[in-house]
Design a protein around this ligand. Structure first.
Ligand SMILES: [Zn+2]
Ligand SMILES: [Zn+2]
Length: 294
C-alpha cells in the first residue's frame, strides 16, 4: 500500500513562514490499497489538496474519521469529490449508521457553510462499525479499532492488507490523568509488530503539566511505545500548531539519538505534508517487509 500525508498538524491549521517545511494543514492521510481502492484517514484541511489530486479518478472513497473534532473534519466541505454527481463516499465516524449525517459534518448546515449537506450531488453515506468492517473486508482489508484516550472519545485503527499492518493512533494520550479508557499495555498489544505506527506526538515535556489531560501524547512516550510494541517504522504525527520547523528538526535529531542502537523501530520519520510511503511484504523473503520513501 502507498500512504501519502496531506495534513500532519493538530488542533488548528498553522500556515506561515515557520511551518513551511512540515506544513500547516490538519490531519489527512490517503492510502492507496493494493486492491486499488482508496482509504482516507480523517478530513482535516489537508483533504482539500487530496481532493484536487483524485477528483478525476473514478473510485469509490472510504473515509475513516478518528473522531469529530474540528481539525479532523474541517476540510470536508472543500473536498472536490463531494460535489461530483453520483460519486460514492462512505464515512465511518464512530457514530451509528442511523445518525444524521449532518451531525457528523456539522459545518454543512447552510449557516456555518453556504452549501447544505442535503444539497450535495455525491452519494455520501454513513456506516456503523460492523458495516465498516464488512465493507473493508470485501476490499481485502482487515481492520481493528480501539478507543482513544481523548476528550470526547474516538478510535484508533489497525489496518491490515496482504500482511502489511498500519496502526493509525492519533489524538491519544498514552498516560492520561483520571479514568483511563485504554491502558498503555493495551496500546502496546494493539500496535505490536506494525510495519508502520502513525501516532500523535503533539507535546514536549515543557508543554506539561498544563496540557496533561488534553488528549495528546509526549514525543518521549511515543518513542517508548514504538520500542515496546516492536513496530518496524514509526511516524510522528499531529504536530502542535506552535511547533516550528526549527523545533521539529531538533525532534528528528533527538529521535536519531534515542533510537540509535535499538532493535526497533528501524526508522522514525517526523511527518510532513507530501510524505509518501510505499509498504509491501516481500514475496521472496517471508516475514520481511519493506518501507520505501517515495
Ligand atoms: Zn486533532
Ligand atoms: Zn481531537
Amino acid at each position: 500500500m502507498i500512504l501519502t500525508f496531506y495534513g500532519v498538524r493538530g488542533s488548528i491549521p498553522a500556515p506561515g513562514p515557520e511551518t513551511v517545511k512540515y506544513g500547516g494543514n490538519t490531519s489527512c492521510i490517503h492510502i492507496r490499497l493494493e486492491s486499488g481502492s482508496d482509504l482516507i484517514l480523517d478530513s482535516g484541511t489537508g483533504i482539500r489538496q487530496l481532493g484536487r489530486h483524485i477528483v478525476n479518478q473514478d473510485r469509490d472513497l472510504f473515509l475513516l474519521l478518528s473522531h469529530r473534532h474540528w481539525d479532523h473534519i474541517q476540510g470536508f466541505p472543500f473536498f472536490l469529490p463531494v460535489y461530483q454527481p453520483g460519486r460514492k463516499i462512505c464515512i465511518y465516524s464512530g457514530a451509528e449508521a442511523n445518525d444524521d449525517l449532518l451531525s457528523i459534518l456539522r459545518q454543512m448546515d447552510g449557516a456555518t457553510f453556504p452549501v447544505h449537506a442535503r444539497q450535495l450531488p455525491s452519494r455520501v453515506s454513513n456506516v456503523g462499525h460492523d458495516a465498516m468492517v464488512q465493507r473493508l473486508q470485501a476490499k481485502g482489508v482487515n481492520i481493528l479499532t480501539r478507543a482513544l484516550n481523548h476528550p470526547g472519545g474516538g478510535q484508533a485503527f489497525r489496518i491490515e492488507e496482504e500482511g502489511v499492518v498500519v496502526a493509525y493512533v492519533t489524538d491519544n494520550e498514552l498516560d492520561p490523568p483520571g479514568t483511563i479508557t485504554t491502558r498503555y499495555e493495551s496500546w502496546v498489544e494493539f500496535c505490536r509488530g506494525a510495519d508502520l505506527l502513525i501516532h500523535d506526538a503533539q507535546y514536549t515535556e515543557s508543554d506539561m503539566p498544563h496540557k496533561h489531560g488534553w488528549g495528546h501524547s509526549l514525543i518521549s512516550q511515543v518513542r517508548r511505545l514504538a520500542v515496546d510494541a516492536e513496530v518496524r517504522n514509526l511516524v510522528m504525527f499531529h504536530h502542535d500548531p506552535e511547533r516550528t520547523d526549527f523545533e521539529l528538526e531538533q525532534v528528528e535529531r533527538d529521535n536519531d539519538a534515542y533510537f540509535r542502537g535499538l532493535r526497533a523501530p528501524s526508522r522514525c520519520i517526523v511527518s510532513f505534508e507530501g510524505l509518501s510511503l510505499r509498504i509491501r511484504a516481500s514475496d521472496t523473503d517471508a516475514g520481511r517487509h519493506f518501507l520505501e520513501v517515495l
